[in-house]
Design a protein around this ligand. Sequence first.
Ligand code: GCB
Length: 594
Amino acid sequence: MSQDNSDPYHHLHDEAYAAPYAAGRVGAAHMITMAGRNALSLDGEWRFVLDLYDEGLRQGWFKDDAAPITNWTTPRDYDGGVWQSAPVPSCWNVLKPEWFYFEGSGWYAREFHMDSLSDTETYVLRFGAAQYEARIFLNNQFIGSHRGGSTPFFIDANKAIRAGENRLLVQVENRRRSERVPMHHTDWFNYGGLYRETALLALPRCHIADFGLHLSTEQGSHILHADVTLSDQSSGTALLDIPELGIKQEIAIQHGQGTLDLAATPQLWHPDHPKLYEVTLAFGTDRIRDRIGFRTIETRGEQILLNGKDIFLRGICVHEDDKQTGKATSEADIRRRFAHAKELGCNYLRLSHYPHHEKAAKIADEMGLLLWEEIPVYWAIEFDNPDTYADAENQLEELIRRDRNRASVIIWGVGNENEDTDNRLSFMARLADTAHRLDPSRLVSAACLINREKFAIEDRLAASLDVIGINEYFGWYEPSFDGLKKLLKNSAPGKPVLICETGADALSGRIGDEHTLFSEAHQVHVYRKQFAILATATYIRGITPWILYDFRTERRQTSIQQGWNLKGLIASDKTTKKQAFDVVAAYYASHKNL
Ligand code: GCB
């Protein structure tokens, strides 16, 4: 941003142009629980322009008025009028062929009207997600920024909002960078944009900022734990109401915080009977409502216990990716994904490799599917960079705060396939501790690599995890399955193990035999062998094959893959099943009661 208004060339030489916007960065501490809240949707067509050189930030486009070019006395590079249009939510990559590979800044602009402003309300803009960093400008003022591409964020609009017409400008920037989470190297497509819903909230000045409700078992009895955090230091009484359980309880709030423990005997939430209860919480004039399920999840030795009973997780990995819409999803898309998982016989999904749309966990609550949710601490991120850690931890906290009342979510994943170095160990152990501290009611895991020196399931991070996740591709990246047998024989993990990924590429319809790479027969062969060998290890308490649908990734450029990872059990049309689908379904049918 040019600070020297008298020098029209200053911005050409100012490479610290983005620095002023770091000051207004929001994160988990600014989140507001959304449960049942009304909001003014800002979705729809926005004006939009791509800004490859970051001129918008360099020149401070947001400061400009909307005067037509004919009234200008000095030239500008922005007039806000000749832009294209783009729908919010969407990913810019899929809107025009020439925008497909764009990595840089995109500017979104729109107006919204406020009939009047109320003295008793506070105004907050909410963004479902923006990939990767976003800076928000309202009525020519910078009002906040956020980094992390898959979690929601909240920007205080009070200092700039006004009665009448308001002009909102959002810069979204999606460059792949080594210090980000994820860093520049992944195996999925780097979509960009405001790709989840955007809204304006008008809330009572003192409102419920955070609310948690979960079940635990203490000495054989069930206890409900409620915690409430207000947006300020007010004291008073909140009212918790769960009519179907006959619960109407006051929660004393001191300096903005309150907790309550109470004995209860709810019908327990389970994939086979996903019972949800209507819950409301009121404080002053603020009132939120949610549908919450109650269940317990814990480990005992090498078992995972759901409501005290051993469970085998029959799972599948899923990305948030679509041929037409990219990373932007919809309720119908999520329901189709989950219906396919059910058809496969799943009771569980791994939502890889970043927080998926918040509707996913709500729909899983309803449909009865258990979930692993994770943050994109993927491959070789900068484990020695404290700022990268701060970013990762914030994403973790934002995810936990968003979804901690979802019964479906049983595991927080803190990373994927990271080399077992000292820096990685301290970085990820800290994340695991954070997850445990923020949410003692769930399990923490990570998708680890196998220890290739000892050829065993052994990772120093395991001490910080409740469940050890393992990605292995015997039969695909390494042709022989002998390594898998050896691995299982050499391992005594002492904790439950989940096979978080295994699989093989197959081009839908490609004919061949079990030795023909990329054929459906080969994919079938890999799954048959994998299942036969994995069944011999009793500590393996679940599997999530990689992956439900073929997905876009620029790493894969053979004449067969052409920019797609073909490990889906279903092709990228999300309709055509490959033969391996039935193999996984048959395996899960035989594991129904394990
Ligand atoms: C992995 C990664 C996943 C890749 C997959 C593959 O281990 O975790 O993101 O897409 O392998 O297909 O190689």
